[in-house]
Design a protein around this ligand. Structure first.
Ligand code: GTP
Ligand code: MG
Length: 194
């Protein structure tokens, strides 16, 4: 897929604030700081369209971006960041859960895992939930540039074993080297059936 146009649509907290259109949506989910917003910037080839930060907890709202006027990328707030206040944490989970469980437009989800971390309960829970609800998803291992090629392959195998997935069912990705960018875009096309 060649990305020609990108527009920020809006930010939302609750369903009544979601954009009112019929376009399919691809949502990006994962632990705080795993690189969701950076991945979107790499896919759309804009450095700063989506705000990123080295501090976890950067994205606190659900952000909608229109792509080529045919689909939308949805940047979700990350989970698992202990340092935000209890109140904010209590708002996040329902915000993401409401989106995932109510949004008719949701076509597929991209689940990001840092290549250096083993998948945790949150990731297993998310995958169980997606499978129960028949929502297709891709698994991406982010920040592959942090490891040598040999260690990337080792981590890929180890994480695939833990997830019970084939090696080709998980994509290595880096915003620095752009590794995996074309594959992710192809997979999004597959999800869209184009
Ligand atoms: P929240 O919004 O807090 O949920 O985080 P996020 O998942 O959106 O992470 P974000 O994209 O803001 O990136 C977090 C940090 O990781 C930033 O400092 C990024 O520059 C860095 N980062 C993201 N992707 C990569 C990558 O592929 N390689 C390297 N080396 N750093 C990355
Ligand atoms: Mg973010």
């Amino acid at each position: 897929m060649i990305i020609k146009t990108v527009q920020f649509v809006k930010s939302a907290v609750k369903p009544s604030q979601y954009p009112e259109y019929d376009f399919p949506e691809i949502a990006f989910a994962g632990r705080s700081n795993v690189g969701k917003s950076s991945l979107i910037n790499t896919l759309i080839q804009r450095k700063d369209m989506v705000k990123t930060s080295s501090k976890p907890g950067c994205t606190q709202l659900i952000n909608f971006f229109m792509i080529n006027e045919i689909l939308s990328f949805v940047d979700l707030p990350g989970y698992g960041y202990a340092k935000v206040s209890k109140k904010i944490r209590a708002q996040w989970q329902p915000m993401v859960e409401l989106y995932l469980s109510h949004r008719q437009n949701l076509l597929g989800l991209i689940l990001l895992i840092d290549i250096r971390r083993d998948p945790q309960k949150e990731e297993f829970d998310m995958m169980d939930w997606l499978e129960t609800h028949d929502i297709p998803y891709l698994v991406i291992l982010t920040k592959s540039d942090k490891l040598s090629k040999t260690n990337q392959q080792k981590r890929l195998l180890s994480i695939c074993t833990r997830l019970g997935r084939e090696k080709n069912g998980v994509i290595l990705f880096s915003t620095k080297t752009k590794q995996g960018r074309d594959t992710v875009l192809e997979e999004i096309e597959n999800l869209m059936g184009i």
